[in-house]
Design a protein around this ligand. Sequence first.
Ligand SMILES: NC(=O)c1ccc[n+]([C@@H]2O[C@H](COP(=O)([O-])OP(=O)(O)OC[C@H]3O[C@@H](n4cnc5c(N)ncnc54)[C@H](O)[C@@H]3O)[C@@H](O)[C@H]2O)c1
Length: 397
Amino acid sequence: MAKIAMLGSGFIGRFYADSLQGQRSRDKIVSIYSRREESAKKFAEDYKVTHWTTTMEEAVANPEVEVVCVSLPNNLHEAAVELCCKHKKAVICTKPLGRNAAEAKRMLEAVEKAGIFHGYLEDLVYTPKFLKALESVQQGALGRILWAKSRETHPGPHSEWFWDKEQAGGGCILDLGCHCVEIARSFIGKDVKPVEVMCWADTQVKPIDAEDHAIGLVKYENGAIGQFEVSWTFRGGLDLRDEVMGTEGTIWLNSFLRTGFDMFTTGKGADYVAEKAESNSGWLFPVGDELNELGYNHMFTDMFNAMEDGKAARETFYDGYVVNAILDAAYKSAASKQWEPVQLEIWRGKEGLSKEKTQQDYDEQYYLVKEEMTHFGAKKVILKDKKTGQIIEKTLA
Ligand SMILES: NC(=O)c1ccc[n+]([C@@H]2O[C@H](COP(=O)([O-])OP(=O)(O)OC[C@H]3O[C@@H](n4cnc5c(N)ncnc54)[C@H](O)[C@@H]3O)[C@@H](O)[C@H]2O)c1
């Protein structure tokens, strides 16, 4: 059983609480910190939390608390983590870890110096679909991963601080790109070094300083490409899709909008359909169990199992730091319009990888480029002469 202090009683704090105390969970929130008394009290009442406070340190220092869950605006993550280090409390922090890599690095170094358990709450690498897809990738079902694309787009976040560049640290690249980057990085291999980023970003619609739309490419040392597509200006709900392409196969995942549950209603029922749904009438795409589909259940199970077993979680502050470093390079590239290197002062994965050469022999003279069965019943092969480089085709009987 984990005894948790929840810092923040807003949107994600409540999603987390629903997951943490859902079903027949043994885990319990024992202290809630919120900025305003009425929000802290309301959260305490809703989730039967015995202790509430408007002082962050009081929640962290509460002797009953074993683990602190940081669900605060991005600019408050570091201060919250510092308090956990001071009071030697295990800490799990929502995404993005920092507003930039410098902040994330300080947090990583602080928790490691304090010797406390740390987990990075990147829920979208814990969705049931993602976990199954990753298992297939790791078993080799897709061969060598060449390209992993992840898209998160929606009509924009729900609280004012997200729209303020200083508090949030950026726009949709940071807010949504952090999910996409970690998804692609996981498929490509978290021990494969991200080397450079090319990114386009623009403020197409909203009256804000930060970007509301971006597309980026992340090049990895082994030649694989990660791609992220993010927007705060997308109409139609929350679009979460991934595509993975390998030498032996492909995976397409749709995690939220079109998952096989379509409903038509004139709008007579309840108002809430799913996160960021823009309508409650017409053809709708509800989500069966949002907490599970978004990965929260599997994420907390991994966090607390790891904590109890004295192991590292699948996602740690180190992962949060690598993601921040990739996104820093994306911001630089959007400004310079050039490929920008990923500056990783801390790197714990493989070094010196290069692009694998895969030339399949057809016979002694040729490499196989492609084979195909045609609609007229003939098998065709395209071949490359090993010595001359000439490309030829042959139709086999
Ligand atoms: N899928 C996800 O993992 C996911 C989804 C949404 C948000 N988040 C992250 O969770 C964090 C919080 O986001 P949210 O959507 O819950 O925000 P929110 O605005 O709904 O809630 C923020 C909470 O922090 C408290 N708070 C304390 N000091 C504050 C201050 N100075 N200004 C504003 N709020 C203050 C508020 O009272 C509130 O309880 C962010 O880092 C965000 O990126 C993660």
